[in-house]
Design a protein around this ligand. Structure first.
Ligand code: UDP
Ligand code: MG
Length: 321
């Protein structure tokens, strides 16, 4: 029987854990899979950890990873991905916003041969502010990002084991998992769902964390902000040349109207300003390369290799002795 892993990041979810667990047991009953539940306690300050420890004692399919402090949702999910052993791995929020029933739909779609099945929100029950900022963010990200990151999807998704293995090679610091999943590739599809309201407790994503998260998405997956420096640099340098020509023309043809020293000052300011911005654009290009080198993403991911049996090459290209 295939093993399915669930990853649940937990930050102050004491009022949700039992309901989540019961619902999971209900929807997974009489299904042809084995299950594993990986709970990651991300430095909760309430009774979440005690509840999780109880679950672990009651049920040996439960793994509890307890972080030393709050590292944030994306890192909690990463710890789960590093640990989960399932043939399919499902990432879900623990506040009942991601309905467990939909997880079963993701599994059904996975069985049709898809490697990534992400749950896409048809509707969501959140504050007007959250809806507005989220929709502005997804639109900006969509237009800026160098790869196609689907709109209106959170981290609620199913990943085939081969996708999880690839994701483990992505060790960048400022993590934006949904971008990384798009970057990995393979066969990806969406399942539509209606996102519920949080069952109990408060959001662990105050504005401060949301802004950081949005910036991680944009800076991690777009080089357009850097290209902007170059564009502005060219524009300003071009205007500076025009300004310098204008100053020289006035100095040469209308010398009586020009205050002494004006031409020199104007040429210096415009010249230095234009050159500075051009140089920053060049430095930006190098910085962009350094950044992507430091992110250290895999150069490519392989779906399969067709080769002749008996060939002594490993997928990485090394030759066996
Ligand atoms: N979460 C976490 N660490 C954090 C914040 C949130 O592990 O620092 C978990 C939280 O317990 C929940 C999921 O991440 O399971 C989504 O968080 P939340 O529901 O607070 O975010 P929202 O749905 O309001 O965007
Ligand atoms: Mg939530």
């Amino acid at each position: 029987m295939k093993l399915v892993s669930f990853i649940f990041p937990i930050y102050n979810e004491q009022e949700n854990i039992n309901l989540l667990w019961e619902t999971m047991q209900r929807v997974t009953a009489d299904t042809p899979y084995r299950y594993e539940y990986v709970f990651v306690n991300d430095g909760s300050r309430d009774g979440s950890l005690e509840l999780l420890n109880e679950l672990h004692q009651r049920d040996d399919r439960v793994t509890v990873i307890d972080f030393s402090r709050n590292f944030g949702h994306q890192l909690a999910v990463t710890a789960g991905l590093d640990r989960a052993e399932g043939d399919a791995v499902i990432i879900m929020d623990s506040d009942m916003q991601d309905p467990p029933e939909v997880a079963m739909e993701l599994l059904a779609t996975w069985e049709q041969g898809w490697d990534v099945v992400y749950a896409q929100r048809r509707s969501r029950q959140d504050s007007a502010f959250k809806k507005l900022t989220a929709s502005a963010f997804y639109r900006t990200l969509h237009s800026l990002a160098d790869i196609d990151i689907p709109r209106d999807t959170g981290d609620f998704r199913l990943l085939d084991r081969k996708v999880v293995l690839e994701l483990r090679r992505y060790r960048e610091q400022d993590r934006f998992l949904r971008g990384m999943v798009s970057h990995v590739g393979f066969r990806q599809t969406a399942v539509q769902f209606d996102r519920h309201a949080r069952h109990a407790g408060e959001t662990g994503y105050p504005l401060r964390k949301m802004v950081k998260f949005a910036l991680d998405g944009i800076f991690g997956f777009s080089s357009k902000p850097l290209q902007l420096i170059s564009r502005v640099g060219f524009l300003v340098a071009g205007l500076a040349v025009i300004g310098i020509i204008y100053a020289l023309v006035r100095r040469l043809f209308f010398p009586d109207q020009v205050v002494s020293g004006w031409t020199f000052v104007v040429i210096t300011i415009l010249g230095v300003g234009g050159v500075q911005l051009l140089m920053m654009g060049i430095m930006g290009q190098y910085l962009g390369r350094v950044y992507s080198q430091v992110q250290g993403r895999p150069l490519y991911s392989v779906r399969s290799i067709l080769t002749t049996p008996g060939d002594q090459h490993t997928p990485s290209g090394e030759v066996h002795a």
